[in-house]
Design a protein around this ligand. Structure first.
Ligand code: 6GU
Length: 224
């Protein structure tokens, strides 16, 4: 999979992709993430990419021309399955969307900054709009990292068996049961006996019961 990320501040996103699992996925060639600084497509001497909104009001708007030029150039090089704008007014990201995107070949993520992007970029190019939750960030960059992480970890071979995505919270619409590792007792808190029993069908039953209990308590909406 290849993800092209377009942003006014690409540096904000470097470290997540230079560390740990995402770094390894890039090194093994399972994912390629390419950053594009939108200023490189600005046509004036000040490398301007934003301007005041028509009709007045606070904040700046990302101009249509640099974004259009950048996206058009990428589109001339390969087919993109989705061109995604990260915005608080998009559909809220969930595991199903991450699963769907993980089987695509080429994606573009457009990160808005300031008040957002000129509507005509959306009309011309954007095929999907995604939010990562009901709160406002300073820009789409952190959301783009979240989306890229959620998608890349699902690619074949990115996780090893122990980290397997199949047992994740949300993959089966249940939250995760409690987990423990050594020691057996810590500050008087004991690991549940069933986990030490060696009886794997009982352990699986306990884990499922606990997952149901915790989901009912915290996220009853997931059980509907
Ligand atoms: Cl995708 N962008 C911004 N700026 N804020 C957000 C968001 C995205 N998702 C939640 N809040």
């Amino acid at each position: 999979m290849r993800i092209d990320i377009i942003s006014a501040v690409p540096d904000l996103m470097l470290s997540p992709f230079r560390t740990s699992i995402l770094k390894r996925a890039m090194e093994k060639g399972q994912a390629e993430v390419v950053f594009h600084d939108i200023r490189n497509w600005s046509s004036n001497n000040y490398r301007q990419i934003d301007d005041a909104p028509y009709g007045g009001g606070a904040g700046m708007v990302m101009m249509v021309e640099p974004l259009d030029k950048c996206i058009s150039e990428l589109k001339s090089q390969r087919h993109y399955d989705e061109i995604i704008y990260l915005t608080p007014d998009g559909e809220t990201l969930n595991q199903k969307t991450a699963n769907t995107l993980s089987i695509k070949e080429n994606l573009i993520f457009v990160c808005g900054h300031y008040k957002g992007i000129d509507q005509r970029v959306r009309d011309l190019h954007i095929t999907k709009e995604i939010s990562i939750g009901d709160y406002v960030l300073t820009g789409g960059e952190l959301a783009a990292c979240v989306l890229a992480d959620a998608v890349i970890r699902l690619l074949p071979g990115v996780l090893n068996d122990e980290q397997s995505a199949l047992t994740d919270s949300f993959q089966d619409n249940l939250l995760s049961p409690p987990i423990y590792t050594r020691p057996e007792v810590y500050k008087g808190l004991k690991v549940p006996d069933v986990l030490l029993s060696g009886n794997f069908s009982k352990i699986e039953q306990w884990r499922h019961d606990e997952a149901l209990r915790i989901t009912a308590e915290r996220r009853p909406d997931l059980l509907d």
